[in-house]
Design a protein around this ligand. Sequence first.
Ligand code: NAD
Ligand code: LMR
Length: 367
Amino acid sequence: MAAPRCSAKVQRLSTFSGMKAIGQQSSMRAASPITSSRQQVVRAARSQLAIEARKVAVLGAAGGIGQPLSLLLKMNRMISQLALYDIANVAGVAADLSHCNTNTKVTAYTGPEELAEALKGADLVVIPAGVPRKPGMTRDDLFNINAGIVKGLCEAIAVNCPDAVINIISNPVNSTVPICAEVLKKAGAYKPRKVMGVTTLDVVRSNTFVAEANQLDTKEVDVPVIGGHAGETILPLLSQAKPKVEFTAEDAAAMTKKIQNAGTDVVNAKAGTGSATLSMAYAAARMAESVLLGLNGEKDIYECTYTESDVMPGFQYFASKVLLGPGGIEKFQPLPELSEFEQQGLVAMKELLTANIQAGVEFANKA
Ligand SMILES: NC(=O)c1ccc[n+]([C@@H]2O[C@H](COP(=O)([O-])OP(=O)(O)OC[C@H]3O[C@@H](n4cnc5c(N)ncnc54)[C@H](O)[C@@H]3O)[C@@H](O)[C@H]2O)c1
Ligand SMILES: O=C(O)C[C@H](O)C(=O)O
Protein backbone atom coordinates (compact mmCIF):
# COMPACT_ATOMS: atom_id res chain seq x y z
CA MET A 1 0.00 0.00 0.00
CA ALA A 2 1.31 3.46 -0.81
CA ALA A 3 2.44 5.54 2.16
CA PRO A 4 -0.01 8.31 3.12
CA ARG A 5 1.16 11.51 1.41
CA CYS A 6 0.48 13.71 4.37
CA SER A 7 2.64 11.96 6.94
CA ALA A 8 4.93 14.28 8.86
CA LYS A 9 7.95 12.84 7.11
CA VAL A 10 6.82 13.69 3.63
CA GLN A 11 5.17 16.99 4.46
CA ARG A 12 6.15 19.36 1.69
CA LEU A 13 7.49 22.75 2.51
CA SER A 14 7.52 25.72 0.21
CA THR A 15 9.66 26.53 -2.74
CA PHE A 16 12.98 27.46 -1.28
CA SER A 17 13.38 24.82 1.33
CA GLY A 18 14.79 22.72 -1.50
CA MET A 19 11.54 20.69 -1.44
CA LYS A 20 12.80 18.54 1.40
CA ALA A 21 10.91 16.89 4.18
CA ILE A 22 11.13 18.68 7.51
CA GLY A 23 14.32 17.88 9.33
CA GLN A 24 16.04 16.24 6.35
CA GLN A 25 19.53 17.47 5.69
CA SER A 26 21.13 17.90 2.31
CA SER A 27 24.52 16.22 2.45
CA MET A 28 25.53 18.34 -0.56
CA ARG A 29 24.64 21.50 1.28
CA ALA A 30 26.22 20.35 4.52
CA ALA A 31 29.44 19.70 2.62
CA SER A 32 29.28 22.93 0.63
CA PRO A 33 31.70 25.77 1.36
CA ILE A 34 28.79 28.10 2.07
CA THR A 35 26.50 27.24 4.87
CA SER A 36 23.60 29.36 3.82
CA SER A 37 22.29 31.01 6.94
CA ARG A 38 19.31 32.06 4.88
CA GLN A 39 18.41 28.46 4.15
CA GLN A 40 18.64 27.69 7.84
CA VAL A 41 16.46 30.61 8.72
CA VAL A 42 13.94 29.59 6.09
CA ARG A 43 13.82 26.03 7.33
CA ALA A 44 13.46 27.17 10.91
CA ALA A 45 10.65 29.53 9.99
CA ARG A 46 8.83 26.76 8.15
CA SER A 47 9.02 24.40 11.06
CA GLN A 48 7.22 26.80 13.37
CA LEU A 49 3.55 26.05 13.70
CA ALA A 50 2.48 29.61 14.43
CA ILE A 51 3.01 31.30 11.07
CA GLU A 52 1.22 34.60 10.72
CA ALA A 53 -1.51 34.58 8.06
CA ARG A 54 -0.51 36.81 5.17
CA LYS A 55 -2.37 38.01 2.11
CA VAL A 56 -0.35 38.42 -1.09
CA ALA A 57 -1.79 40.03 -4.24
CA VAL A 58 -0.30 39.36 -7.68
CA LEU A 59 -1.19 42.01 -10.29
CA GLY A 60 -0.74 40.59 -13.79
CA ALA A 61 -1.29 37.08 -12.46
CA ALA A 62 -2.40 35.51 -15.75
CA GLY A 63 0.80 36.40 -17.62
CA GLY A 64 4.02 34.59 -18.43
CA ILE A 65 5.53 35.49 -15.06
CA GLY A 66 2.28 35.76 -13.14
CA GLN A 67 1.25 32.12 -13.61
CA PRO A 68 4.41 30.31 -12.46
CA LEU A 69 4.90 32.94 -9.76
CA SER A 70 1.40 32.29 -8.45
CA LEU A 71 2.09 28.55 -8.42
CA LEU A 72 5.26 29.07 -6.39
CA LEU A 73 3.43 31.39 -3.99
CA LYS A 74 0.62 28.83 -3.60
CA MET A 75 3.30 26.53 -2.18
CA ASN A 76 4.41 29.05 0.44
CA ARG A 77 3.03 28.18 3.86
CA MET A 78 3.37 31.76 5.05
CA ILE A 79 0.67 32.86 2.59
CA SER A 80 -2.91 32.29 3.69
CA GLN A 81 -4.56 34.15 0.80
CA LEU A 82 -3.31 34.61 -2.72
CA ALA A 83 -5.31 37.26 -4.58
CA LEU A 84 -4.82 36.98 -8.35
CA TYR A 85 -5.63 40.07 -10.40
CA ASP A 86 -5.40 40.59 -14.16
CA ILE A 87 -7.33 42.37 -16.88
CA ALA A 88 -7.93 39.01 -18.63
CA ASN A 89 -7.94 35.22 -18.17
CA VAL A 90 -7.43 35.19 -14.43
CA ALA A 91 -10.49 33.12 -13.47
CA GLY A 92 -9.09 30.06 -15.23
CA VAL A 93 -5.66 30.46 -13.67
CA ALA A 94 -7.22 30.72 -10.21
CA ALA A 95 -9.52 27.73 -10.78
CA ASP A 96 -6.57 25.64 -11.95
CA LEU A 97 -4.32 26.72 -9.10
CA SER A 98 -6.99 26.19 -6.47
CA HIS A 99 -6.86 22.44 -7.18
CA CYS A 100 -3.32 22.23 -5.75
CA ASN A 101 -3.77 20.85 -2.26
CA THR A 102 -2.01 23.45 -0.18
CA ASN A 103 -3.79 25.57 2.41
CA THR A 104 -3.29 28.88 0.61
CA LYS A 105 -6.69 30.17 -0.51
CA VAL A 106 -6.73 31.45 -4.09
CA THR A 107 -9.14 34.21 -5.15
CA ALA A 108 -9.54 35.81 -8.61
CA TYR A 109 -10.26 39.41 -9.62
CA THR A 110 -10.70 40.72 -13.16
CA GLY A 111 -10.73 44.29 -14.39
CA PRO A 112 -10.42 47.65 -12.64
CA GLU A 113 -13.76 47.33 -10.86
CA GLU A 114 -12.43 44.31 -8.90
CA LEU A 115 -8.96 45.69 -8.22
CA ALA A 116 -9.82 47.25 -4.85
CA GLU A 117 -11.09 43.94 -3.49
CA ALA A 118 -7.93 42.18 -4.69
CA LEU A 119 -5.79 44.68 -2.78
CA LYS A 120 -7.67 45.18 0.49
CA GLY A 121 -5.78 43.64 3.40
CA ALA A 122 -2.72 42.70 1.32
CA ASP A 123 0.59 42.52 3.19
CA LEU A 124 2.55 42.20 -0.05
CA VAL A 125 1.65 43.22 -3.62
CA VAL A 126 3.76 41.78 -6.43
CA ILE A 127 3.45 43.48 -9.83
CA PRO A 128 4.42 41.64 -13.03
CA ALA A 129 1.72 43.43 -15.10
CA GLY A 130 2.79 44.86 -18.43
CA VAL A 131 4.27 43.98 -21.78
CA PRO A 132 7.61 42.18 -22.19
CA ARG A 133 10.37 42.87 -24.73
CA LYS A 134 10.72 41.41 -28.20
CA PRO A 135 14.13 40.98 -29.90
CA GLY A 136 15.66 44.34 -30.81
CA MET A 137 13.86 46.26 -28.06
CA THR A 138 15.37 47.87 -24.98
CA ARG A 139 13.56 47.82 -21.66
CA ASP A 140 13.01 51.56 -22.11
CA ASP A 141 10.97 50.79 -25.23
CA LEU A 142 8.35 49.34 -22.85
CA PHE A 143 7.98 52.64 -20.98
CA ASN A 144 5.12 54.02 -23.09
CA ILE A 145 2.82 51.12 -22.21
CA ASN A 146 4.05 49.90 -18.83
CA ALA A 147 4.49 53.28 -17.12
CA GLY A 148 0.74 53.90 -17.37
CA ILE A 149 -0.11 50.37 -16.19
CA VAL A 150 2.12 50.66 -13.10
CA LYS A 151 0.86 54.16 -12.34
CA GLY A 152 -2.78 53.01 -12.39
CA LEU A 153 -2.09 49.99 -10.21
CA CYS A 154 -0.14 52.04 -7.67
CA GLU A 155 -2.91 54.63 -7.44
CA ALA A 156 -5.20 51.77 -6.40
CA ILE A 157 -2.63 50.48 -3.90
CA ALA A 158 -2.43 53.95 -2.34
CA VAL A 159 -6.14 53.82 -1.60
CA ASN A 160 -6.66 50.16 -0.72
CA CYS A 161 -3.50 48.83 0.97
CA PRO A 162 -1.13 51.75 1.63
CA ASP A 163 0.80 49.73 4.24
CA ALA A 164 1.63 46.82 1.95
CA VAL A 165 5.13 46.05 0.75
CA ILE A 166 5.24 46.43 -3.05
CA ASN A 167 7.54 44.31 -5.24
CA ILE A 168 7.75 45.69 -8.77
CA ILE A 169 8.79 43.45 -11.65
CA SER A 170 7.32 45.36 -14.64
CA ASN A 171 9.97 46.90 -16.88
CA PRO A 172 11.66 49.28 -17.21
CA VAL A 173 12.29 48.72 -13.49
CA ASN A 174 14.69 51.69 -13.39
CA SER A 175 11.64 53.89 -14.07
CA THR A 176 8.66 51.87 -12.78
CA VAL A 177 9.98 51.82 -9.19
CA PRO A 178 10.29 55.65 -9.14
CA ILE A 179 6.81 55.85 -10.74
CA CYS A 180 5.37 53.71 -7.94
CA ALA A 181 7.12 55.71 -5.22
CA GLU A 182 6.11 59.08 -6.68
CA VAL A 183 2.48 58.05 -7.18
CA LEU A 184 2.31 57.01 -3.53
CA LYS A 185 3.99 60.26 -2.46
CA LYS A 186 1.41 62.26 -4.39
CA ALA A 187 -1.36 60.33 -2.65
CA GLY A 188 0.24 60.85 0.78
CA ALA A 189 0.62 57.07 1.12
CA TYR A 190 4.33 56.53 0.54
CA LYS A 191 6.23 54.18 2.86
CA PRO A 192 9.79 54.65 1.59
CA ARG A 193 11.04 51.31 2.83
CA LYS A 194 8.26 49.27 1.32
CA VAL A 195 8.63 49.93 -2.42
CA MET A 196 11.16 47.54 -3.95
CA GLY A 197 12.16 46.51 -7.44
CA VAL A 198 12.64 42.79 -7.98
CA THR A 199 14.77 41.41 -10.79
CA THR A 200 16.06 38.12 -12.06
CA LEU A 201 19.57 39.50 -11.91
CA ASP A 202 19.64 40.65 -8.34
CA VAL A 203 18.15 37.53 -6.96
CA VAL A 204 19.28 34.55 -9.04
CA ARG A 205 21.01 35.06 -12.37
CA SER A 206 24.35 36.48 -11.29
CA ASN A 207 24.69 33.75 -8.67
CA THR A 208 24.09 30.99 -11.19
CA PHE A 209 26.55 32.35 -13.75
CA VAL A 210 29.35 32.92 -11.25
CA ALA A 211 28.87 29.45 -9.78
CA GLU A 212 28.97 27.83 -13.21
CA ALA A 213 32.01 29.77 -14.42
CA ASN A 214 33.91 28.69 -11.33
CA GLN A 215 32.57 25.15 -11.29
CA LEU A 216 31.38 25.50 -7.73
CA ASP A 217 29.43 22.58 -6.36
CA THR A 218 26.63 24.90 -5.30
CA LYS A 219 24.59 27.63 -6.92
CA GLU A 220 24.06 29.21 -3.51
CA VAL A 221 26.54 31.93 -4.33
CA ASP A 222 26.01 35.45 -3.14
CA VAL A 223 26.87 38.05 -5.79
CA PRO A 224 25.48 41.46 -4.87
CA VAL A 225 24.16 43.43 -7.85
CA ILE A 226 24.04 47.21 -7.49
CA GLY A 227 22.85 50.14 -9.61
CA GLY A 228 19.80 49.39 -11.69
CA HIS A 229 18.27 46.93 -14.13
CA ALA A 230 19.20 47.83 -17.72
CA GLY A 231 22.43 47.60 -19.70
CA GLU A 232 25.39 49.18 -17.97
CA THR A 233 23.30 50.22 -14.96
CA ILE A 234 23.52 46.56 -13.91
CA LEU A 235 26.70 46.19 -11.88
CA PRO A 236 27.45 42.79 -10.32
CA LEU A 237 30.04 43.09 -7.57
CA LEU A 238 32.16 40.09 -8.47
CA SER A 239 34.79 41.22 -5.96
CA GLN A 240 32.21 40.60 -3.19
CA ALA A 241 31.10 37.12 -4.25
CA LYS A 242 30.70 34.68 -1.41
CA PRO A 243 32.35 32.21 -1.44
CA LYS A 244 35.20 34.27 -2.78
CA VAL A 245 35.99 33.67 -6.43
CA GLU A 246 39.00 34.96 -8.30
CA PHE A 247 38.52 36.61 -11.70
CA THR A 248 41.27 38.00 -13.90
CA ALA A 249 40.48 41.55 -15.05
CA GLU A 250 39.55 40.15 -18.45
CA ASP A 251 37.28 37.46 -16.99
CA ALA A 252 35.60 39.97 -14.66
CA ALA A 253 34.80 42.22 -17.64
CA ALA A 254 33.45 39.26 -19.65
CA MET A 255 31.31 37.98 -16.75
CA THR A 256 29.93 41.47 -16.11
CA LYS A 257 28.90 41.77 -19.79
CA LYS A 258 27.34 38.30 -19.70
CA ILE A 259 25.26 39.25 -16.65
CA GLN A 260 24.29 42.61 -18.16
CA ASN A 261 23.14 40.93 -21.39
CA ALA A 262 21.46 37.91 -19.83
CA GLY A 263 17.91 39.27 -20.15
CA THR A 264 18.50 40.12 -23.79
CA ASP A 265 19.87 36.62 -24.41
CA VAL A 266 16.62 35.13 -23.11
CA VAL A 267 14.55 37.57 -25.19
CA ASN A 268 16.49 36.54 -28.31
CA ALA A 269 16.26 32.82 -27.51
CA LYS A 270 12.49 33.15 -27.08
CA ALA A 271 12.42 34.74 -30.55
CA GLY A 272 9.50 37.11 -30.16
CA THR A 273 7.42 35.13 -27.67
CA GLY A 274 8.49 37.13 -24.62
CA SER A 275 11.24 37.56 -22.05
CA ALA A 276 12.35 35.65 -18.97
CA THR A 277 9.33 34.25 -17.14
CA LEU A 278 10.40 31.16 -15.19
CA SER A 279 13.62 32.51 -13.70
CA MET A 280 11.78 35.76 -12.93
CA ALA A 281 8.95 33.87 -11.24
CA TYR A 282 11.53 31.98 -9.18
CA ALA A 283 13.33 35.21 -8.25
CA ALA A 284 10.08 36.94 -7.29
CA ALA A 285 8.90 33.98 -5.22
CA ARG A 286 12.19 33.98 -3.37
CA MET A 287 11.95 37.72 -2.81
CA ALA A 288 8.35 37.34 -1.58
CA GLU A 289 9.48 34.69 0.84
CA SER A 290 12.26 36.95 2.13
CA VAL A 291 9.87 39.89 2.52
CA LEU A 292 7.36 37.75 4.44
CA LEU A 293 10.05 36.26 6.66
CA GLY A 294 11.12 39.83 7.42
CA LEU A 295 7.56 40.94 8.15
CA ASN A 296 7.20 37.94 10.46
CA GLY A 297 10.23 39.07 12.43
CA GLU A 298 12.90 36.64 11.18
CA LYS A 299 16.41 37.98 11.58
CA ASP A 300 19.23 38.22 9.02
CA ILE A 301 17.16 38.25 5.83
CA TYR A 302 19.17 40.07 3.17
CA GLU A 303 18.36 40.70 -0.51
CA CYS A 304 19.47 43.14 -3.20
CA THR A 305 16.71 45.46 -4.32
CA TYR A 306 16.28 48.63 -6.39
CA THR A 307 14.59 51.26 -4.23
CA GLU A 308 14.72 54.87 -3.06
CA SER A 309 17.99 55.06 -1.21
CA ASP A 310 20.84 57.28 -0.14
CA VAL A 311 23.44 54.53 -0.31
CA MET A 312 25.02 56.05 -3.40
CA PRO A 313 25.15 59.88 -3.39
CA GLY A 314 23.84 61.27 -6.67
CA PHE A 315 21.32 58.47 -7.29
CA GLN A 316 17.87 58.87 -5.74
CA TYR A 317 16.97 55.27 -6.62
CA PHE A 318 19.63 52.60 -6.49
CA ALA A 319 19.93 48.82 -6.11
CA SER A 320 21.99 47.49 -3.23
CA LYS A 321 21.88 44.92 -0.48
CA VAL A 322 19.35 45.52 2.28
CA LEU A 323 18.25 43.89 5.50
CA LEU A 324 14.54 43.04 5.46
CA GLY A 325 12.37 43.13 8.57
CA PRO A 326 8.96 43.97 10.01
CA GLY A 327 9.01 47.44 8.41
CA GLY A 328 10.13 46.26 4.96
CA ILE A 329 13.69 47.48 4.47
CA GLU A 330 15.18 47.76 7.95
CA LYS A 331 18.68 48.76 6.97
CA PHE A 332 20.77 49.53 3.90
CA GLN A 333 24.18 47.90 3.86
CA PRO A 334 26.80 50.50 3.01
CA LEU A 335 28.56 49.81 -0.28
CA PRO A 336 31.65 47.68 0.22
CA GLU A 337 35.04 48.67 -1.15
CA LEU A 338 34.76 48.28 -4.92
CA SER A 339 37.41 47.05 -7.32
CA GLU A 340 38.73 49.56 -9.83
CA PHE A 341 36.66 47.91 -12.56
CA GLU A 342 33.51 48.22 -10.43
CA GLN A 343 34.26 51.88 -9.67
CA GLN A 344 34.45 52.51 -13.41
CA GLY A 345 31.10 50.71 -13.73
CA LEU A 346 29.55 53.13 -11.26
CA VAL A 347 30.73 56.09 -13.31
CA ALA A 348 29.55 54.48 -16.55
CA MET A 349 25.98 53.94 -15.32
CA LYS A 350 25.46 57.53 -14.16
CA GLU A 351 23.93 59.01 -17.31
CA LEU A 352 21.49 56.20 -18.13
CA LEU A 353 20.32 55.54 -14.58
CA THR A 354 19.80 59.26 -13.92
CA ALA A 355 17.75 59.60 -17.12
CA ASN A 356 15.67 56.50 -16.30
CA ILE A 357 14.91 57.79 -12.79
CA GLN A 358 14.03 61.24 -14.08
CA ALA A 359 11.69 59.79 -16.71
CA GLY A 360 9.82 57.87 -14.01
CA VAL A 361 9.59 60.79 -11.60
CA GLU A 362 8.36 63.15 -14.32
CA PHE A 363 5.80 60.66 -15.63
CA ALA A 364 4.31 60.09 -12.18
CA ASN A 365 4.08 63.79 -11.44
CA LYS A 366 2.59 65.03 -14.69
CA ALA A 367 -1.02 66.04 -14.34
N1 NAD B 1 12.30 42.70 -13.29
C1 NAD B 1 12.76 41.75 -14.07
O1 NAD B 1 13.90 41.24 -13.87
C2 NAD B 1 11.91 41.20 -15.16
C3 NAD B 1 12.15 39.93 -15.67
C4 NAD B 1 11.33 39.46 -16.68
C5 NAD B 1 10.27 40.25 -17.14
N2 NAD B 1 10.04 41.45 -16.58
C6 NAD B 1 8.91 42.30 -17.00
O2 NAD B 1 7.71 41.78 -16.43
C7 NAD B 1 6.59 42.21 -17.22
C8 NAD B 1 5.65 41.04 -17.49
O3 NAD B 1 6.28 40.07 -18.26
P1 NAD B 1 5.47 38.75 -18.73
O4 NAD B 1 6.42 37.92 -19.50
O5 NAD B 1 4.75 38.16 -17.58
O6 NAD B 1 4.40 39.42 -19.72
P2 NAD B 1 3.00 38.81 -20.20
O7 NAD B 1 2.55 39.64 -21.35
O8 NAD B 1 3.11 37.36 -20.40
O9 NAD B 1 2.05 39.05 -18.94
C9 NAD B 1 1.69 40.32 -18.52
C10 NAD B 1 0.32 40.24 -17.87
O10 NAD B 1 -0.02 41.55 -17.43
C11 NAD B 1 -1.41 41.70 -17.64
N3 NAD B 1 -1.77 43.11 -17.62
C12 NAD B 1 -1.63 44.06 -18.59
N4 NAD B 1 -2.13 45.23 -18.17
C13 NAD B 1 -2.57 45.03 -16.90
C14 NAD B 1 -3.17 45.85 -15.94
N5 NAD B 1 -3.44 47.14 -16.16
N6 NAD B 1 -3.51 45.30 -14.76
C15 NAD B 1 -3.26 44.00 -14.49
N7 NAD B 1 -2.68 43.16 -15.38
C16 NAD B 1 -2.35 43.68 -16.57
C17 NAD B 1 -1.67 41.02 -18.97
O11 NAD B 1 -3.05 40.73 -19.16
C18 NAD B 1 -0.80 39.79 -18.84
O12 NAD B 1 -1.52 38.71 -18.27
C19 NAD B 1 7.21 42.85 -18.47
O13 NAD B 1 7.20 44.23 -18.34
C20 NAD B 1 8.64 42.33 -18.48
O14 NAD B 1 9.53 43.18 -19.16
C21 NAD B 1 10.84 41.94 -15.61
O1 LMR C 1 15.26 41.30 -20.33
C1 LMR C 1 14.07 41.57 -20.14
O2 LMR C 1 13.42 42.29 -20.89
C2 LMR C 1 13.34 40.97 -18.97
C3 LMR C 1 14.06 41.13 -17.68
O3 LMR C 1 14.37 42.47 -17.42
C4 LMR C 1 15.26 40.27 -17.56
O4 LMR C 1 16.31 40.75 -17.13
O5 LMR C 1 15.15 39.06 -17.85
